[in-house]
Design a binder for this molecule. Structure first.
Ligand code: TC6
Length: 702
């Protein structure tokens, strides 16, 4: 079947792109569009042309899977097609539904007009792939919207709803019957005379004050955290205002090519596919149908439960928020209301959305009325006996088909499931705080969790806008199991002479939103002391837990709350504190540790290499299915910089041999049992292999 269907309707050639799943601009699609336009121009019976997508989408952009293959450079290239569109004597109208993204929108910008249905979205999300819109997006979009809007839209890559796009001048008209109205619009243009292409409209990019760009760089640059593409985007948009179209286009090409070659682009495209791959579970057949989840109950109205309830409400799924403590329930509902009100005051939701979303959350005081839920998620504190009691109640109160999820971050799923008569329907559904914001959903399979239950939770995760990752049942699952190495290691380094500022600066320059010690101060030390008390009980004999946090608490330095921890705080501003350094030094002496200086490079290695080593152990044990799943977990749950591709991809990029060397050093220093090298890592390095070879080695028993 052709990838572009050609038909003439009411003297208009309608070119329908039919290239599932997302009508990406593969070579075949580009060729089909080029042939279609040439045919329409040559046909005297055709007055105008409409380009439309089949299925649920207009065009999702360049075909990312073609990048780096001969097809991506083969003619007709996108830019050749665009020149053909712009030169067409007959008007071309883009008829947009679903999404028009990246190259899809850039192609539409070379049409003579764009019409869209109200539900459509447009955007230039290339920045999320480490790229810039290299098919003229950076120099055409500002010609329609002005530079201020273009700067924000292209550096964030956000999807813009059709109504807003219409107001901004990107879309010319909102229509109802897409094909028929687009044909009508095209005929109107043909009757009035083909309008000039966007490239010739210069009024919005003339006389722009250069200060606009300087201000934008100063303001927005802080959010880029080491990503290179946004700054290049600003440079090209600025060039669009100072150079001719062709000169600016040449500059855009040059910058696009440079980004295409960058490690960040490779990492971000790895990440794009990793997130989609994570939803595919090898032993869950693709034809297993997820159960429809029409209503959910969340048990526990604390911060976590409330955030989880909001995640469902935001995605249009009605949810009951259950708490047997009436006061806590009222408080929880109050917090939810307040969170929505903050979003309203920031302009991120409308009053109507607030009412709708809040209205979907029904507070309930007991288990009597759960006959209509398809899923329950328990989010009470980490107490096995309490959880088992709740699961026994849920087992009786919910319909037999309902899935029972637990938000535990560490407890044994099988033990929780044993309190029910349906262990096949019990699964971990571990959200991250704040649950209405954080994207990671760690689904945890117990030994009896069924394929249908897994398929349902993975699909549900996507439906509510999360990035679901499936983990095996172990202490800490995928993410938290690795986290301890990062945080504990920061403290080992403090004992040995690194300073909190140095460690946090290295982590933040790497791209973490906040370094591990500043994070500890923010989260507060008291809870960490409790967690460690439990962890110490199971610590192997060859390992010593650092006790800096304990010393801080003893000295009344519990973190930001007491304005002192690893730093001192003036309001929220964190400042170096000699008193904290004294305390660290005294503890090092007590432990008989000699302090020394650390280079930034060593700090970076000691902070992040152990994550990769532990990730490899998770692969060995089957806790994580793929290295890329670990990347998805760490990017979305712990803020690991996405432009590195995630810890495992990054580890492979810098060299697994380096990671292994660090594991050997830390094994010798901190105890081999937990800190020593993973066998998988040793094998991969010995054989010069990478993560893609891991499954075969593991299957062969390492
Ligand atoms: C660009 O345009 C550069 C231009 C300059 C050139 C000079 N290509 O996300 P989903 C696959 S850069 C190839 O699950 P949704 C995806 O891997 C591009 N494949 O669906 C998955 O495959 P699987 C700028 C693609 O409905 C399947 O389609 N554009 C592409 O939740 C379904 O994907 C973007 O960055 C692609 N472009 O969301 C847009 N896109 O089934 C990227 C998707 O084998 N795409 N696939 O796993 C998206 O944001 C989303 O896919 C979506 C649909 C919103 C279009």
């Amino acid at each position: 079947m052709s990838t572009v269907d050609y038909a003439v309707q009411s003297s208009v050639a309608v070119l329908t792109v039919a290239y599932p799943p997302v009508n990406a601009l593969s070579l075949a699609v580009r060729a089909g569009l080029g042939e279609g336009v040439a045919r329409a121009i040559a046909d005297p019976a055709v007055k105008a042309i409409v380009v439309i997508g089949s299925g649920t989408i207009f065009i999702a952009g360049a075909d990312i899977s073609e990048f780096g293959t001969p097809n991506s450079a083969a003619e007709p290239r996108l830019q050749t097609l665009q020149a053909q569109f712009e030169a067409s004597p007959k008007p071309i109208v883009a008829a947009i539904h679903g999404t028009a993204l990246g190259g899809g929108l850039e192609l539409a910008l070379t049409c003579h007009a764009r019409v869209a249905v109200q539900s459509a979205k447009v955007g230039l999300p290339e920045v999320k792939l480490g790229l810039l819109p290299g098919a003229g997006g950076t120099i055409r979009l500002p010609r329609l919207t002005g530079v201020v809007v273009a700067l924000e839209a292209i550096t964030t890559g956000r999807h813009i709803g059709a109504v807003e796009a219409n107001k901004l001048g990107i879309v010319d008209a909102i229509v109802f019957d897409l094909k028929a109205d687009a044909i009508g619009y095209a005929l109107k243009l043909a009757a009035e005379g083909t309008p000039p292409p966007v490239r010739d409209r210069n009024d919005k990019i003339t006389g722009v004050d250069p200060k606009v760009f300087a201000d934008f760089r100063a303001r927005a640059g802080k959010k880029w955290r080491g990503q290179i593409a946004p700054a290049r985007i600003v440079d090209v948009i600025e060039a669009a205002t100072t150079r001719s179209f062709d000169d600016a286009k040449a500059f855009e090409n040059e910058q696009f090519k440079a980004l295409m070659e960058s490690d960040q682009r490779k990492a971000l495209i790895h990440y794009f596919f990793a997130e989609r791959e994570a939803r595919k579970i090898p032993d869950v057949p693709a034809d297993i149908k997820p159960l429809p989840i029409r209503k959910v109950v969340v048990i526990g109205s604390g911060l976590m439960g409330g955030g989880i309830a909001m995640s469902f409400a935001n995605a249009g799924i009605p949810v009951k928020l259950l708490d047997i403590d009436a006061e806590a329930l009222a408080r929880g509902m109050g917090v939810i209301r307040k969170t929505y009100e903050t979003s309203l005051s920031r302009g991120s939701i409308t009053q109507a959305q607030l009412d709708e979303r809040f209205g979907r959350i029904e507070p309930v005081g007991g288990y009597d009325d759960l006959g209509d839920v398809d899923m329950a998620i328990e989010a009470v504190f980490e107490d096995m006996a309490l959880k088992q009691k709740i699961f026994a109640l849920l087992d009786k109160a919910t319909p037999p088909h309902a899935i029972l999820g637990t938000n535990t971050s560490s407890l044994d799923i099988d033990q929780i499931a044993s309190a029910t008569t349906r262990p096949d329907k019990v699964i971990g559904a571990h959200f991250f705080s704040p649950a209405n914001v954080m994207k990671l959903l760690e689904a945890v399979r117990g030994s009896k969790t069924s394929a249908e239950t897994i398929a349902t939770v993975m699909a549900l995760g996507k439906q509510i806008g999360k990035a679901p990752v499936l983990a095996g049942n172990c202490d800490g699952f995928i993410g938290n199991r690795m986290l301890q190495y990062y945080t504990v290691n920061a403290e080992y380094m403090l004992e040995r002479g690194a300073t909190p500022e140095q460690i946090d600066r290295v982590a933040e320059q790497f791209g973490m939103a906040m370094g591990p010690l500043a994070m500890r101060d923010l989260a507060g030390m008291a809870q960490a002391v409790n967690v460690r008390a439990v962890r110490k009980l199971t610590l192997p004999a060859d390992e010593r837990m650092p006790e800096l946090v304990e010393r801080m608490v003893e000295a009344g330095r519990i973190g930001q709350k007491s304005s002192a921890g690893f730093y001192r705080y003036d309001g929220r501003e964190r400042l170096p504190d000699p008193a904290a350094l004294d305390l660290i030094r005294a503890e090092a002496q007590r432990q008989g540790i000699e302090q020394r200086s650390f280079t930034d490079e060593e700090i970076l290695a000691r902070l992040f290499h152990p994550l990769v080593n532990e990730g490899a152990k998770e692969l060995e044990e089957g806790i994580a299915i793929r290295a890329s799943d670990i990347d998805v977990a760490w990017v979305n749950g712990y803020g690991f910089p996405v432009h590195t591709g995630g810890p495992m991809f990054w580890g492979e990029q810098i060299g697994l041999d380096k990671v292994l060397a660090t594991a050997r050093t830390l094994g010798a220093e901190n105890g081999q049992t937990r800190w020593g090298p993973s066998r998988l890592l040793e094998r991969l390095v010995a054989e010069g292999k990478g993560w893609k070879d891991a499954p075969a080695l593991i299957a062969a028993g390492l």
